[in-house]
Design a protein around this ligand. Structure first.
Ligand code: ACO
Length: 376
């Protein structure tokens, strides 16, 4: 039996043609294109096309892909009633996991797993998921639901459904960039979960449901909420240094720092840092950005030598706050984007499937006599 690799660190378990990561140099590319170029010039819809087709679309292809997604903004009949039967106090990530699973009940052929069917089901979830999050947020706040507007991009329409008014181009563009940056990232925990589930030839909805469950963990996508909670706990910019050093002294992890793969600056954080600064200045949140920046400085002195730098979640928190998202919508927003990546991996897995079935090294006893319950 080979040695156990806890956390499967360094184990290569799949091939992908979607994203390339060089953790030492801090490089991330989607199908060979640097993430920074995509964040600056692409749209989320175009990025998903790129990930699923491994090439950029022609204009007509992009228009048709966007129209296809927009035709799925509205929920299937009955889903709105299901959603408004949920407890208002439910956490949005639990809602999203449950409702993505429920979408399978509205699909007449939920188990079809040929690649084309998987694409269609993925488009369903990609189109419906922002509507689920926005509807739920308004329902729990006692506000009337705002139906989607097919004339808008996914980013713009999501903010419109949340707030009931068309967002400014700056806010819609900022959100679009966030969606691009979060869309795919190699064989991360949630993507692995999706690939493991689909490798049994289960169904797309089950695989995406598992991935959402994985993403919400605080060591993964849930860290962006942890960052915001930390920023809220630190009363002033001046208090940041002491806060961080005290936490490090106690061996606590500082949310939004460190990464299993990156031992250099996460290139998504580079883009988000600039975006967060601009949005914070524009929205009167400069002190929030300053706090983040101070935390980064203190962490730089204390732990950068160990290869601990801000990850994608660190400056996402300030960015999302400035866009006006409520704290518990940060991780759902990550999920809305990552559905694009998860679906691409599900399609890749189905196209060349082999059941995932690793082994465990047994460390328990042998030859133990069974003792009937009355004799124990
Ligand atoms: N704050 C302080 N120290 C840290 C941090 C952190 N956030 N992350 C790692 N370290 C330290 C560890 O204490 C350890 O130090 P030691 O060698 O002196 O014991 C060393 O760096 C290595 O840490 P590991 O936990 O072994 O690294 P691993 O690869 O398992 O961790 C992880 C990666 C889980 C992301 C970790 O950095 C962490 O918990 N970060 C905070 C949560 C977070 O931001 N998660 C989001 C990740 S990005 C994403 O999933 C989208």
């Amino acid at each position: 039996m080979p040695p156990v690799t806890k956390g499967l660190e360094g184990i290569v378990a799949a091939e992908t043609a979607m994203s390339f990561i060089d953790g030492e140099k801090g490089v991330l590319e989607y199908v060979g294109i640097e993430i920074d170029a995509l964040a600056r010039h692409s749209t989320f819809e175009e990025t998903v096309f790129l990930l699923w087709n491994r090439r950029l679309p022609l204009k007509a292809e992009l228009d048709s892909f966007c129209a296809d997604i927009r035709s799925r903004y509205e929920l299937p009949p009955g889903m709105e009633q299901r959603l408004t039967a949920l407890p208002k106090a439910a956490e949005p990530m639990h809602m999203l996991r449950t409702m993505v699973s429920a979408l399978s009940l509205h699909d007449p052929r939920p188990n079809d797993n040929d690649v084309e069917s998987a694409r269609q089901k993925s488009l369903n979830v990609l189109g419906h998921a922002p509507t689920l999050v926005a509807y739920f947020d308004r329902y729990r706040r006692g506000l009337p639901i705002v139906h989607p507007d097919k004339s808008m991009s996914m980013a713009e329409n999501f903010l419109y459904m949340l707030n009931g008014e068309r967002p400014t181009p700056t806010m819609a563009r900022a959100l679009d960039a966030c969606l691009i940056l979060h869309a795919d990232h190699g064989l991360n925990n949630s993507t692995f979960a999706a690939r493991v589930v689909i490798s049994t030839l289960s169904d797309v909805y089950s695989a995406l449901t598992a991935a959402i469950g994985s993403l919400r963990g605080p060591l993964h996508g849930g860290a962006n909420e942890g960052v915001m909670k930390m920023l809220n706990e630190i009363p002033t910019v001046e208090a940041a240094e002491r806060y961080v050093l005290e936490r490090l002294e106690k061996k606590d992890k500082i949310m939004g720092f460190g990464h299993r793969v990156y031992k250099a600056y996460d290139p998504r954080a580079t883009y988000l840092k600039t975006l967060a600064k601009k949005l914070a200045e524009d929205t009167g949140n400069a002190a929030l950005y300053e706090k983040s920046s101070r935390i980064e400085q203190v962490m730089g002195k204390a732990v950068a030598a160990k290869g601990i730098y801000p990850n994608v979640d660190f400056y996402s928190a300030t960015t999302y706050h400035c866009i006006g998202l409520r704290l518990d919508l940060f991780t759902p927003l990550f999920a809305l984007s990552r559905i694009g990546g998860w679906a691409g991996h599900i399609i890749e897995q189905l196209a060349d499937n082999r059941l995932y079935r690793p082994e465990a090294s047994y460390v328990g006893p042998h030859g133990v006599r069974y003792v009937p319950v009355g004799e124990r």
